[in-house]
Design a protein around this ligand. Structure first.
Ligand code: SAM
Length: 290
């Protein structure tokens, strides 16, 4: 460990998570955020943006598999997918494993995140930028959503938390524009924090979803470096049946997709929508507030 250097995650006031640093691999104050990439003996490479852990080489598979395969396999016929954020391109790599996906557009505000990820995260984003189906747009996702005429079957918001440049991606205006972009029966999935520590963010997202979509829900995944217990992924669609697919349907679709995973299984997919009571209470509170 380089002379005992540690990086503290500062997401939750009163709580600090410290990561030992073997070596700082890349550091930059970009146009949008403070970026640091360092190596840690347990989690491998860790990316922090504005002091918040974004992705690590050790547990990125959990997060990227659950944010991509759950909506795409639930949908069953997703041809056009949009990612907002996702600068490390790990999520894009998972989406592109679906040969049925014809076009993946990724709108990322910070070119620096993509640039350095090409070199430092090649172990999980390899091949993305060369895939002819992939289109990278460097822009604010909020502006893109307000102006685009394009439509998508699945929209996945792999953003930072609702502070700094990511805040607009949690707004009702953004969600309304996503609703306009979605094809009938399409679905929005959002990075929606760790409800044990960020409950209000989940309640507020569900409240805003509920004003716009017929079905506002969430599902969970356990990501070791998203400290504080289960992480929730927001779910919004006009097709309430989309999150209630029969296990046989999920099985068939996953087997047809023909790739291996390390976290996602059809059973994990179905179970992810079974929320612990305290998280379900937060979702129901958001629905009631709408
Ligand atoms: N897995 C992480 C998490 O759950 O917090 C997110 C990872 S990814 C690195 C987050 C990305 O969102 C970053 O690359 C950041 O630049 C991007 N981002 C933040 N605000 C944005 C905006 N308004 N439009 C597009 N991308 C944005």
């Amino acid at each position: 460990m380089s002379d005992g250097l540690v990086f503290n995650e500062t997401l939750y006031p009163g709580v600090q998570v410290s990561y030992g640093c073997d070596r700082i691999l890349y550091q930059e104050k970009t146009e949008h955020q403070d970026l640091v990439l360092f190596s840690n003996p347990v989690f491998g490479k860790i990316l922090m943006l504005d002091g918040v852990t974004q992705v690590t080489t050790a547990d990125e598979f959990i997060y990227h598999e659950m944010m991509s395969h759950v909506p795409i396999i639930a949908h069953g016929a997703a041809r056009n997918v949009l990612i907002v954020g996702g600068g490390d391109c790990g999520l894009a790599e998972e989406v592109l494993k679906h040969r049925t996906v014809e076009r993946l557009v990724q709108v990322e505000i910070d070119a620096s995140v993509v640039e350095f990820s090409k070199e430092h995260f090649a172990d999980f984003n390899d091949g993305v930028l060369d895939d002819p189906r992939f289109e990278l747009v460097i822009a604010d996702g909020m502006k893109f959503a307000a102006e685009t005429e394009r439509t998508f079957d699945v929209v996945i918001v792999d953003s930072t938390d609702p502070h700094g440049p990511g805040a607009v991606l949690f707004s009702e205006e953004f969600y309304r524009n996503v609703h306009r972009m979605l094809t009938p029966g399409g679905v929005l999935v959002t990075q929606n924090g760790v409800p044990f520590l960020q409950r209000d963010e989940l309640v507020t997202s569900i409240e805003r979803f509920s004003r716009i979509f017929r079905d506002a829900a969430a599902y969970i995944a356990a990501i070791p470096t998203y400290f504080g217990g289960h992480m929730t992924l927001g779910w919004a669609t006009d097709n309430p049946d989309l999150r209630r697919q029969a296990a046989t349907v999920l099985d068939e679709r996953f087997n047809a997709a023909g790739f291996k995973t390390r976290y996602y299984t059809p059973d994990v997919h179905a179970a992810a929508f079974a929320l612990p009571r305290f998280i379900l209470d937060a979702v129901e509170e958001g629905r009631k507030r709408a």
